[in-house]
Design a protein around this ligand. Sequence first.
Ligand code: PMP
Length: 293
Amino acid sequence: VPFDQMDGQIWFNGEFVPWRDAKVHVLTHGLHYASAVFEGERAYGGEIFKLRAHTDRLIESGRLLGFKIPYSADEIDSACNELLRRQGFADAYVRPIAWRGSEMMGVSAQNNRINVAIAIWQWPSYFNPEQRMKGIRLDMAEYRRPDPRTAPSKAKASGLYMICTISKHAAEAKGYADALMLDWRGHVAEATGANVFFVKDGVIHTPDPDCFLDGITRRTVIDLAKRRGYEVQVRTILPEELESFTECFLCGTAAEVTPVAEIGPYSFTPGDISRQLVADYAAEVQPKRAAAE
Ligand code: PMP
């Protein structure tokens, strides 16, 4: 079923509207000039994992694009929770988005309303579950993550996803599941919708997210790894080093923890550390219900 023809409700500027009625005009600033920011969250067992961290990042992404989201973090959190209840899903994907409206057309959009909507749908597994524990295959992306001096690279901004869609499509056309992107300096950065980790000699390595998204899952995985006693090195990783790593995995809200078997010419074997973190993440996202249970 196409996404605009599903049933249910969408939270749209403070109201719950029928799913099919949640429309925008073609002359919407967000569509023409990518003045939009969004989030991706997952609910497990009826609870949205790290909801406040995502809401704070949504508000911060708006600020980086020069706009103020006209709802408080508490209001957005309640809207997400109430919508999840109305949609009736225990496990689901949550997509808040904020964008400049259609009051003015042109680069300047000083008088445009900041619209906010939230949609929730069922999105079981981002990568093919059969492939998942064997490890997915990644291509090397042609485009690089932009220099922070040329774009608000820390924002989860729609405009930055143009590069991701082009890279993901190019990878899929060659039979890969996704692509690994370098940053503007040529350092290993992230996949098109997930952060990346590597393992060598029992030590975990991941790039410093100084010019790309600092994933909420990434931070969770670093905590989980440290709790297990692993050393985690957040550092510059050069593409020449890929050859020396034995394990590799991606992580993100949609991707969760997904082992990688190949990046272009380099291969990896999902091993103990990847398996451990897949399991630890799965346990961590389960709602921690009151002691009564
Ligand atoms: N990088 C990119 C480009 C992403 O789209 C995502 C998914 N939001 C991530 C990293 C991972 O972020 P998170 O763990 O907060 O979902």
